[in-house]
Write a protein that binds this ligand. Sequence first.
Ligand SMILES: Cc1cc2nc3c(=O)[nH]c(=O)nc-3n(C[C@H](O)[C@H](O)[C@H](O)COP(=O)(O)OP(=O)(O)OC[C@H]3O[C@@H](n4cnc5c(N)ncnc54)[C@H](O)[C@@H]3O)c2cc1C
Length: 400
Amino acid sequence: MDSAVVVGAGVLGACVSYHLARAGVRVAVVEAAGPAAGTSGATFSVDVTHLKTPYAYYRLNRQGSEEHRRLAEALDGPAWRHPAPLLQWADGDAAHQALRARALRVRGWGHDCRLAPRSVLRELAPAVAPAACGADEIVVHTSTSWFDAPRFVRTLLDAAVRHGAETHYGVTVTGLTRARGRITGVRAGDRSWRADTVVNCAGPEAARVAALAGARLPLRQVPGLLIESAPLHGDPLTAIIAAPGIDLRPAPGGGVLALSWDIDARLDGAAGPAPRGEGPGPDPRSRFGGLTRELRGRAGAVLPGLARTGTEDARIGVRPVPADGLPLVGEEPGAPGLYHLVSHSAVTLAPVLGRLAAREIATGRAAAELALYRPDRAAPGDVQDENLRAMDERRPRAAS
Ligand SMILES: Cc1cc2nc3c(=O)[nH]c(=O)nc-3n(C[C@H](O)[C@H](O)[C@H](O)COP(=O)(O)OP(=O)(O)OC[C@H]3O[C@@H](n4cnc5c(N)ncnc54)[C@H](O)[C@@H]3O)c2cc1C
């Protein structure tokens, strides 16, 4: 395989382009806006390995997490990867027992986590209000990180360019070319690019790209509301926090990023991506102004320092979620030459999925590690992600 067009410059497009270019493949990245303009620019982007089942999918996420470390060392020092402990707790005995059981399960799989008394919060996350945690015991995941996803994307694309890749920004793919039953390239208005393989890394828009070949990708768009604060006064946030109804992590520059799965369950599924700064801001007339205020209130209850911080940015990101929550990776059976690379949790997974997909595309040899994730797998079962499953369960209640 000599040439590839990669549609989309998010985390997956950047990683597969980097590995393809390194393998000597001629790569053209064609992107509707710019690097990390889609979900990869509006994401919580923490290592979510501990949330994944079954074991094979947990392993894949863990490989992604480990490859982040190796890639960061090889390319950029630690600049996009920020190691930090992840602290979880729950409200009420039933929720605590469920959290505990999940922690013990992943620990049985070799995951680096432990149960600890609530007092460790003071040591690991002094910025957290002691009263915010009503549980006696918390779960501490020690080998986690949060990722600066836009920086990750830019670093990988720059490296791909150094290996000969071309990037074309502000170009929306509107058609696929075909010859003798095979996809042979992309069209964008009056421009076109020919390639042996077209790699569909269009994130939440991937089903649209698949449809250009008459194919159907089982993909949902699941929006999420994020707010980012200005730098905190006093103690900075030094851990990733997964507390009841609110998730928090440090943001580049000393601020805090907040997300709530409960609140996301109440977002309108039709919400589209909003560029940074143009999302549902604090303006009460904004469509999501009430939810933004609620999110800010929940974050402030855990981190009192937020009450004294200034401006914040609010945005909607759109999760590309395959019907069963597992990645969709491989050639479209009805359209040889079109290769899908689409996943939720793709910030965690991009290093490993990008590497395996590139190897498969470049050599034509199927990667055994990807066998579970083919786009034509049997009818999907339950969603394999604890947060997504919980959000789906909350949806009907939230709507009523
Ligand atoms: C609120 C939220 C929280 C999340 N939290 C986490 C987390 O903690 N950990 C984690 O690992 N993951 C998390 N995710 C998921 C993760 O961010 C996504 O899986 C990942 O960013 C998807 O990357 P991508 O490269 O597939 O897509 P994108 O980043 O969306 O990139 C696709 C690109 O394709 C371009 N494009 C689309 N259509 C076309 C076209 N026709 N022509 C040309 N270009 C096109 C778009 O402009 C876009 O830039 C979260 C997502 C959200 C929304």
